[in-house]
Every structure is written in structure tokens, then in C-alpha cells.
Design a protein around this ligand. Structure first.
Ligand code: SAH
Length: 475
């Protein structure tokens, strides 16, 4: 400390790269890094938790902040717990496993509130307490395992190390279902026995890129999809036999992805065995889910989110509801019984196909689904464009539900929603920052942020879902 002070007096930067010092972690970043302050500088430390006293070494310095690596935990935070997974520090998946679950929930509650204040500009946020899980492990119904080759030439699978594409071998993820391991063992054994090479990202050669596994918690059905760098999988019968013998196996598919990109799924999927989709249930409704379709990953919390969405929508059987970014129509079909009519809009054609089939599977006739971008379909069918042209397609909207991906809603879509002036907007968000940005626009356009409730459906990670109600202010 004295040295640093001396340097400061001599006009030098107080700290420099590789300097080591002791830091008290007082906060945590959106990405889950510990935050501490020293000499007016803010330092981000991966794997350090709020409440830790740590020895760190500076790895990167900017003007007012820097990054440091954790060298030693001098005094652990009282909220530290033993991670369930031995790879939790190396793996990029679970950023919060070493933090007690109670504190994880507090962290996420704070994150949502802070974003709404800082980005949304809300002076007061009507926060309701976050809903967590009783058992916050083994909750995921979907897993995508990258396949690679280790230095000794063995086929490996597991998870990418944080911010890299190095595979950490692990077939027992603490967030996934136990059957994942059995499936991966079969796939790897098949590849080694039949000499099927793993894909190599650096050369673009090799065959098997990923294994996608979906499991229906309600139906116990399993769907396996191998993503390969080509069209054909040699000796496929050798893979089908042991996989098909697993209890619950419903379909085995091949998806071809020959691009040199990070996108996991390619455009073509074909069925090797069984059916090309999975069925699962949410509440009383049965859904059909194709490999390409989005399906919420945490079935226990999905029910919680949909229950909240229904409560906020406060439907009385007559309303016209628009479910934008509807995926396989889970919200549309869940709410159909409480509404007059529900329209769903979704950009992935297979997901809309799933939604339509699920509607007939459940005998629901008061829904209609459109394929396309929400920002294009909604104004065309429901918005000003249709109204101005006097088109017969003009449709009312009493309640709008939006559930966009992390980037949030397109500004044009927000403009159309404002022009349509539904009584209520239910915003379901997986990114508090874009939620705050969009809520600000809607509130400047005549709405009031009436209710906000985070739901923890990505336990052990920094991600959080939030359900909001925006009510139209009286004119
Ligand atoms: N509400 C659904 C899906 C939410 S995920 C559920 O609860 O399961 C977001 C969905 O938006 C995905 O299915 C994605 O394919 C879709 N999507 C992404 N951009 C879109 C856009 N511009 N217009 C319509 N849908 C879009």
C-alpha cells in the first residue's frame, strides 16, 4: 500500500498490470464477477463473491476500472457454499454455484430493480419478491453438448470453459437430467467404435458437432438430435440400436450444419428413428416440440411464469390477446380458455407448425398463429397499417403479451403496441437491461409500470426471468 502511495505522489499510476493486493468484494456484476474498490479504481474479479476478502493480481487496467484474477481467498464470504459440481469454476455455465441459493436470489432481485432504476429511469419500482426453486439443480429439460477430440485423440464431450471453446470433459452437468449421461456414453462409445470423427472448429473438418438432448419432465419422453457436419452418419444403425433401447426414447434425429459458425443447429433435420419431435405437458395442455423450436428450459418455473402472466393479464373470457414471440404457442394455448381469442406471432416456422398442431391436439379452436417477425406481422395485421388501408384483417388487441429474446422488442413493435393501446401489456423478459429500456419507452407512451416479479428459472447462473405488468394510464 505504501509503495502504491509513493508512486501516486511521484505522479505514476498507483497500480499496474500484475500488481497483487488484497481486495474486499462488496458487490457483484451482471456477469457474476466480484467487484471491489481500491485507490478509487473498480476491479472485477471472476470467481470472487460478495463478502469475500481476496488476494488478486491485476490482469487488465483501464482508466477507472480493471480486471484481476483471484489468487487466494483470504477470508471467505459467509455466503460461500461448496459447489455441487467440481467443474463449476472452470465451466462457463454456472457463474453463481459457490454462492448460497438465498443470496443468488437476492442478487437477481437487486439486478432487476437496479436496471429498472438505472436504465428505465423509474424512481420507484413496484418490485414483488423473486420466486425461487425448492430444488435449484437438475432442472433443465434441454442440453447441447459440444463434441471434440482431446490431445490423446479420444472423443470428448462436456462444456466450454468460460469465454472459450475448450471442452471441459463432463457428462454429469448438475443442471441437467441424469439420462444425459447415458445418452452421451452411448454416442461417444459409438463414435470410438465406428471411427466417427468429432468436428474440429479450427479446420472445419470432422463430423459430429453437438448432441442435443430434450427431456419431457411430464411425459418422460426423450428426443436426441446429433448435429453433424454433413448429411450422412456412417453406421447409423449402430447408434440407433442402443439409443432406442433407452426407456422413454421417442425420437432420434440428425441435423446437418456444414457452416463454419457458432450457431449450433443447421437448417435441415431428418428423423433416423421414431418421431421428429417430443411431447410434453405444461399444466393441462400437451405440447409438441421440434428440435428447432424454442421451449422454456425449466419446466417447474415455466408454470410459475405462465401463472403470473395469466394473473397480470386478468382475462375474463372476452379479450382479444396477442402473444408476440410465441414460440410453440405455450402461452397462447395456456391462456386460450380465459380469453375470447388469442393470436400468436413467431419467426421460426417449425415452432408455429408445432403451435398449430398442439392447438388441434388439445382441441383449442380460438387461437390463430402467424409466422413472421412480430415487428412486421403485428403492424400489418393489427396495427395502423391495416387500419389506414381499411383492410379487413384489422384486429383489436385488449391484452398484448411479449416474450422476446435477450435483445428485447424491436422499436417499431413498441410503436405499434402504443398505437394499438391495449389495456394491459404483460412483458416477460430474460434480460433485465432490455426490459428496462423497453419499459421506459412504453411508459413514456402512456403506460404505468404496475407490477414486476422476477422468477429464477436459470438457477446457479446469472440469468433471470422477469414478468411485468404495464397498465394503460387513464386518458
Ligand atoms: N413465449 C414463448 C417463447 C419465448 S422465446 C415461450 O414461453 O416458450 C422467444 C421466441 O421469440 C423464440 O421462439 C424466437 O424464435 C422468437 N423470435 C425471435 N425474434 C423474433 C421476432 N422478431 N419476431 C417474432 N418472434 C421472434
Amino acid at each position: 500500500m505504501r509503495k502504491a502511495w509513493l508512486k501516486q505522489c511521484q505522479g505514476e499510476a498507483a497500480v499496474k498490470k500484475n500488481d497483487e493486493f488484497i481486495l474486499k468484494i462488496e458487490d457483484m456484476s451482471v456477469g457474476g464477477e466480484g467487484i471491489g474498490r481500491m485507490d478509487g479504481m473498480t476491479f472485477f474479479v471472476k470467481d470472487a463473491l460478495i463478502g469475500d476478502l481476496v488476494r488478486v493480481g491485476i490482469t487488465k487496467l483501464k482508466k477507472t476500472y480493471g480486471y484481476a484474477r483471484l489468487i487466494e481467498i483470504v477470508e471467505p464470504s459467509p455466503d460461500r457454499v461448496e459447489p455441487v459440481c467440481v467443474y463449476s469454476r472452470q465451466c462457463g455455465g454456472c457463474q453463481l454455484q459457490a454462492l448460497s441459493y438465498e443470496k443468488q436470489l437476492e442478487f437477481k432481485q437487486r439486478l432487476v430493480e437496479n436496471d429498472l432504476i438505472r436504465i428505465g429511469g423509474f424512481a420507484e419500482v413496484p418490485m414483488e419478491p423473486i420466486i425461487g426453486m425448492d430444488d435449484p439443480f437438475h432442472y433443465r429439460n434441454k442440453a447441447q453438448f459440444p463434441i471434440g477430440t482431446d490431445r490423446d485423440g479420444h472423443i470428448v464431450t462436456g462444456f466450454f470453459a468460460g469465454r472459450s471453446h475448450r471442452i471441459i470433459p463432463n457428462r454429469d452437468c448438475a443442471l441437467g437430467v441424469p439420462v444425459n449421461r447415458q445418452i452421451l456414453d452411448i454416442v461417444i462409445e459409438f463414435m470410438e467404435r465406428c471411427g466417427i470423427p468429432a468436428y474440429d472448429e479450427t479446420t472445419g473438418e470432422g463430423l459430429v458437432r453437438h448432441v442435443l438432448i430434450r427431456y419431457g419432465f411430464a411425459t418422460e419422453e426423450i428426443l436426441v438430435c446429433l448435429i453433424i457436419n454433413g448429411g450422412e452418419l456412417p453406421c447409423e444403425e449402430e447408434l440407433i440400436r442402443p439409443l432406442a433401447a433407452l426407456e422413454g426414447m421417442t425420437g432420434i434425429c440428425i441435423n446437418s450444419n456444414t457452416t463454419r459458425s457458432n450457431v449450433i443447429l443447421g437448417e435441415k433435420t431428418r428423423v433416423l428413428w421414431g418421431q421428429g419431435y417430443l411431447t410434453d405437458e405444461i399444466g393441462q395442455i400437451r405440447f409438441r416440440i421440434s428440435p428447432e423450436s424454442f421451449y422454456q428450459v425449466n419446466p417447474v418455473q415455466t408454470e410459475v411464469i405462465y401463472r403470473l402472466a395469466a394473473e397480470y393479464a386478468a382475462l375474463t373470457g372476452t379479450q382479444i390477446v396477442w402473444d408476440l414471440y410465441c414460440g410453440i404457442g405455450t402461452i397462447s394455448l395456456t391462456l386460450a380458455g380465459q380469453a375470447g381469442w388469442v393470436y400468436g406471432v413467431e419467426v421460426v416456422p417449425q415452432a408455429v407448425e408445432d403451435a398449430r398442431r398442439s392447438a388441434s391436439l388439445n382441441g383449442i379452436t380460438t387461437v390463430e398463429f402467424f409466422v413472421g417477425k412480430a415487428e412486421e406481422v403485428f403492424p400489418k395485421i393489427c396495427g395502423r397499417e391495416a387500419a389506414a388501408k381499411g383492410e379487413g384483417t384489422y384486429k383489436r388487441s385488449d391484452v398484448v403479451i411479449v416474450d422476446p429474446p435477450r435483445k428485447g422488442c424491436d422499436p417499431d413493435l413498441l410503436g405499434t403496441i402504443l398505437a394499438m393501446a391495449p389495456e394491459r401489456i404483460v412483458y416477460i423478459s430474460c434480460d433485465p437491461a432490455t426490459l428496462a429500456r423497453d419499459a421506459k419507452i412504453l411508459c413514456e407512451g402512456g403506460y404505468r409500470l404496475a407490477r414486476v416479479r422476477p422468477v429464477d428459472n436459470f438457477c446457479q447462473t446469472v440469468h433471470v426471468e422477469t414478468v411485468c405488468l404495464l397498465s394503460r394510464c387513464p386518458a
